[in-house]
Ligand binder design. Structure first.
Ligand SMILES: Cc1ncc(COP(=O)(O)O)c(C=O)c1O
Length: 343
């Protein structure tokens, strides 16, 4: 986002710098407690401290999940369109990627669980979910998540859920449900990847974590990390703890701002034949069917108009574009002015 982090985080970082000793450190107990408390209050999810594995980046977590489950040659499923590292991680890990297309119904991107199940083979081991979903902005419905869990149980799949956008639910009345928290019997193997980095705009400080309840899966994940994955840097820990301890007022203001930006964009694209945006329920990302501009490569058209969007090809969907509306109103209005002739 193009948005300044809350004062509580800026103060914590200034204080930590003023301390002056900037050596190695491990995750402070106070951060672990802040995370556990936050999860309980916000997601009604009680986690144990040993389930947490700190990581300098969530994308590493996606790659580690591929390596920690099954063996080379096994299959990893994911639903497309999807944040590009989901498409790359299986191949980088010697696994085979199986893409399951989301289906569009009444302008809403939905999981197609029947199609997903029909694509499973004896080599299918892992399913990687993005919850909420980048790029569509979907906040999955309970029945979609429960349906996924049922399939995973029936076929012995491990689930990896990237929940980096979990605190950016835009629709009031909805709350984030961690996939792993729905497995009450705890007989599913899950890896939940989380971070306050998107919500509080501290991604550059690199503090994320995996939550892995199953001890053998956690051991395997940790052994794949050994000697390769660096510790989180101390300012990352500092900012993450301040984020989880923030009083919430800044985040409420952010959600209001993002919601207004989203609504402006929805009004803007309404009725356009050439750029059709589905309605983001979470995140600061809009997913646009821009095949009306060019069937496979509309990016050059919007760039020529002076707007930088993300290329759908990277997400597995040529002809689509992703807009990031985590910016000031002024920037958004400027972008809309530049895009208007293309509608
Ligand atoms: C769904 C998703 N996962 C992971 C990341 C990146 O996480 P990190 O910077 O911690 O690797 C992003 C960033 O855009 C994202 O949207």
């Amino acid at each position: 986002m193009d948005i300044v982090s809350p004062p509580s985080i800026m103060k914590a970082l200034h204080d930590r710098i003023a301390h002056g000793v900037l050596g190695y450190t491990r995750a402070p107990d106070s951060l672990v407690e802040a995370i556990r408390h936050y999860f309980k209050v916000h997601y009604a999810w009680s986690i144990e401290r040993e389930w947490l594995v700190f990581l300098p980046g969530l994308v590493q977590g996606l790659h580690l999940a591929c390596r920690a489950v099954g063996n080379p040659g096994d299959q990893v499923l994911t639903m497309v369109p999807i944040y590009p590292p989901f498409l790359q991680a299986p191949g980088h890990s010697g696994r085979e990627l199986v893409e399951v297309p989301l289906k569009l119904a009444n302008g809403r991107w939905l999981m197609d669980l029947d199609d997903l199940e029909s694509r499973l083979t004896p080599k299918s081991r892992l399913l990687m979910l993005c919850n909420p979903h980048n790029p569509s902005g979907r906040a999955w419905d309970l029945d979609e998540l429960l349906g996924l869990i049922e399939i995973a149980k029936r076929h012995g799949l491990t689930l990896c859920s990237d929940e980096i956008h979990c605190d950016l639910i835009l629709d009031s009345g909805r709350r984030h449900v961690p996939l792993a928290a729905l497995d009450e019997a705890a007989d599913l193997r899950t890896i939940t990847l989380m971070s306050p980095s998107k919500t509080y705009n501290i991604a550059g400080l690199g503090c994320s974590f995996a939550v892995i309840e199953d001890p053998s899966l956690r051991r395997r994940f940790l052994s794949e990390m050994a000697g390769l994955v660096p510790q989180v840097n101390l300012l990352g820990y500092t900012a993450a703890e301040a984020a989880y301890r923030d009083d919430g007022a800044w985040r409420s203001g952010l959600i209001r701002h993002l919601k207004e930006n989203r609504n402006l964009l929805l009004d803007f694209f309404e009725g356009s034949k050439r750029m059709i945006m589905s309605r983001p329920e979470a995140t600061y990302l809009g997913w646009i069917d821009a095949r009306g501009l060019h069937p496979t490569a509309p990016l050059a058209v919007v760039e020529a108009a002076g707007v930088g969007l993300s290329d759908g090809r990277d997400f597995g969907s040529p002809g689509y574009l992703r807009i990031n509306f985590g910016c000031s109103r002024e920037t958004l209005l400027d972008a809309m002015d530049r895009l208007r002739p293309l509608l």
